[in-house]
Design a protein around this ligand. Sequence first.
Ligand SMILES: [Zn+2]
Length: 474
Amino acid sequence: MHWVSWDKMCLAKRHGGMGFRDMRKFNDSLLAKQVWRLIHNDQSLFCKVFKARFFPHGSILDDDVKINGSYAWKSIIQARSIIQKGALWRIGSGNKAKIWGDNWVPGLTSGHITSERHYFPENAKVANLIDQVSNTWKRPLIQHLFNPIEAQKILGLPLSNHANPNKLYWPHTASSTFSVRSAYHLQICSEYLFDAQQSQTTMDSTIWRFIWGLNTPPKIRHFLWRACTKSLPTRKNLYQRHIPIDPLCSECSQSEEDALHALWGCQVAVNLWAKNTSFQSLQGSSFTSFTDLLVRVSNTMDEKLHLIFAVQAWLLWIIYLIMLDLHAVQLTQLLPAGFLHKLGPGKGYALAALSQKFPIPHVPVVIEAMAARVAVQLALDLKLDRVSFEGDSTQVITALQSSESNYSSYGHLVAETQNKILSLQSFTFEHVLRSANSVAHVLAKKAISIESSYLWLSSMPHDVISCLQADLAH
Ligand SMILES: [Zn+2]
């Protein structure tokens, strides 16, 4: 049954020049599939037997799972690390995933938090970041604890209002379920990544020693370290992390805005550095990265200039952050929903329309799932009883129509929406083309000036009404 995969592996072997080592990885991927089954298909005989024997009261992922047993069991336990490395926790109540150490933030490297741990114990759970009454993220706490990229990613994670268990999902396939092939590729990629990081660490160990040895407040050292590891939220880094933002510098539009540009090459920075003749002399040279620049500073200047450089770069960063904050307003997504009362073809009237701004989630399909939830809630609030919901995401509409469990990153939103909708007398979900959804587009445009959310009831803006009427004609 694995012949197809095996063929593909052989092909990859010719192209990538892999050896025996990779056959072992392929085998590990097959074993990891068994681990995935043990996590998700609790009812199979295979799972029942292994569970009863090795982890009767918990999960195969628990630290205290028995590691002694048959050869088969030992191999499975070994392959567990593939799941632990590659899978992500979808946050329900947040009481299973650890804030530090577990993978739960899609869009970050490996999905885990790298900001230093403060205030909380080592095994603190994500639930601590959620306001259990309003079921929203504790925004100020999150912005205080984590670096801006991490904070933004977390705040963009949708929470379900419905008590939902945390689920482990596999972000490396479109369906979010485990596949042997994706696990194999993940192992190959992460090994390359690890190799690259290691050689970089040895190569640059002098620069890390230089940074951590600077006699500045810790936050400035930490800032320099982030500038050198490409982990500052510059426009270029944000863009590379799939945040819809223009990577070009907003000040000069001359260049992509990375750390070197923001802190050295852009006109704002040039003007500041030019005030000191020692740095002025460096401005004639070209540098490939901020690390490159810092290496030069550390090698050619004295300790006093090292400190001036560190503090000035940090000041430029603070200026940059203030500007970024203004842009952050645009990093939200609009969710429009509208209802019409259809009396027949071409007849009807608009009941209500809602548009709401949300922090940007990581993939468009999550936005669609959130939109569906908003629409269903609105229908309930308006006491409608027979409703036909239309949406332009095939994935979400199919998921809503299906009665099977959904293991994707938005599965908890689908489950909550399906649960809510049972209060309606009758309902349907239908897929429509984006072009047929013109109400949504007009609403989205209207909502740009809106603070957070806005609901129109019966007396709707004129342009929305005419659009609704055009939709009715379909
Ligand atoms: Zn610039």
